[in-house]
Ligand binder design. Structure first.
Ligand SMILES: [Zn+2]
Length: 83
C-alpha cells in the first residue's frame, strides 16, 4: 500500500485523496509541505527499529500537521543517539 509522509510537519497518510498537490508533487493539505511516497511495508520496516515511544509519536501524527515536527524530531534523534 502506498503511504505519503510530509518532510516538514510529520503528516502521513495512506489516503492520497486527502493530499493537496503542488505541480503534481503531493503535499500536506494543511501547511503545503511536500513529502515522500513510500510503501506501508517500508514504513513499518523503518519503525520496527525504533523505540515504542517513538512509534507512538509517529502513529499520533497520522493525518495531522505538526508545525513543531522538525524541532521534536531533533529531540528524538538525540534520544536515539544516547541509547
Ligand atoms: Zn503540514
Amino acid at each position: 500500500m502506498r503511504l505519503f509522509h510530509s518532510v516538514n510537519c510529520g503528516f502521513w497518510t495512506i489516503d492520497f485523496d486527502k493530499l493537496s498537490s503542488n505541480g503534481g508533487i503531493p503535499c500536506c493539505p494543511t501547511c503545503g509541505s511536500p513529502g515522500f511516497e513510500t510503501t506501508t511495508e517500508e514504513w513499518d520496516k523503518g519503525l520496527d527499529q525504533m523505540s515504542a515511544k517513538y512509534v507512538d509519536w509517529i502513529d499520533g501524527m497520522q493525518e495531522k500537521c505538526n508545525p513543531k515536527f522538525k524541532e521534536e524530531s531533533v529531540k528524538w534523534a538525540r534520544i536515539i543517539e544516547e541509547r
